[in-house]
Design a protein around this ligand. Structure first.
Ligand SMILES: [Fe+2]
Ligand SMILES: [Fe+2]
Length: 314
């Protein structure tokens, strides 16, 4: 039997499972809950406290799990009693699972579909709940989750800035998916190069710059000709490190509006997530350092979005 991991946050206590769940313990997969049963609230809380972050399912139950998650997402998003935290938790779980699956197997169509669905739900969550952005950005990031969390942050913030810049619904969908997937290429890098994620790009040596820059293309090459993949999202991913001055890995000097948005938001969240700067200090630095890399109007609108969403006071 082959197993796939899933996040505990995408399972709800007291809800009937449509597939058996396993945990990985002492080097083996152990049945944890049978199909048709559910997990009690107390037990569930304990698991989350023990930091058991993952359940496993039989790969053959993938479709059952997808349907389970889709129904749960829809119900939670449309629920009048669910709190913003509950909504954000389940959306984060869905986005996190999708990104992780794409990192492990970028060619999986079901993982790509899961990503599209997660991105759509994230958009719904942040547009219907004024407090959602604060809930997302206010959470501490666990070290081993940093790239997944960064992907979610970029997706959410790019959508918000995209709305401010009057992108169409279709463009917002494309940028939300690209936000989630923009850094999956990091997983193809060797560990030492991947560690550069935490280093300020101003301090890169030319060799480091070249090696790290490869992450915008790896993965995309295998995704590009897939009929189910959105090509604009792929372009966005390929160009997410580009800036107007031509210093990106592809040395582009002209980008689409969506590409500028994704690139700017990426710089901001990376600064927040890898340095000790507060949001206020980070945006101040960016408004100075990136002046030649983005239109002034976009930089100003971005600061407005951060202010309106209450993210500068976190
Ligand atoms: Fe990147
Ligand atoms: Fe990034």
């Amino acid at each position: 039997m082959a197993y796939t991991p899933l996040r505990i946050s995408t399972i709800k206590p007291n809800r009937e499972l449509t597939f058996p769940l396993y945990i990985f313990f002492k080097e083996q997969y152990i049945p944890y809950a049978a199909k048709g049963t559910s997990i009690e609230e107390e037990k569930y809380k304990k698991l989350r406290k023990q930091k058991i972050a993952k359940f496993y399912i039989d790969e053959e139950d993938e479709i059952n799990y997808q349907n389970f998650l889709d129904a749960l997402l829809m119900e939670t998003m449309n629920s009048e009693t669910a709190t913003v935290e509950e909504k954000v938790n389940i959306v984060e779980g869905a986005c996190g699972s999708a990104v992780e699956r794409m990192q492990e197997d970028p060619e999986s169509e079901s993982s790509y579909r899961m990503t599209e669905n997660a991105a759509r739900t994230l958009r719904q969550c942040i547009s219907e709940n004024p407090e959602a952005m604060k809930a997302i950005f206010g959470k501490p990031v666990e070290k081993n989750e940093i790239i997944v969390k960064h992907s979610l942050n970029v997706s959410a913030l790019a959508t918000k800035l995209g709305q401010k810049m009057k992108l169409t619904e279709e463009q917002l969908d494309e940028i939300a998916v690209a936000g989630l997937l923009h850094d999956i290429g990091l997983m193809q890098l060797d560990e030492k190069t991947r560690e550069l994620f935490n280093k300020n790009k101003k301090d890169f040596t030319p060799e480091e710059k070249l090696a790290y820059g490869a992450h915008v293309k790896d993965c995309i090459s295998v995704l590009k000709d897939k009929p189910y993949v959105n090509q604009t999202s792929m372009e966005l991913i390929t160009n997410h490190e580009e800036v107007k001055s031509g210093h990106g890995p592809n040395k582009k000097t002209q980008l689409t509006q969506s590409e500028y948005i994704l690139s700017l938001v990426n710089i901001y969240d990376k600064t927040i997530i890898t340095t000790d700067l507060t949001p206020k200090e980070a945006i101040k630095e960016i408004l100075i350092d990136e002046l030649g890399n983005f239109e002034l109007d976009l930089l100003n609108k971005f600061k407005e979005v951060l202010t309106e969403e209450g993210l500068l006071d976190l």
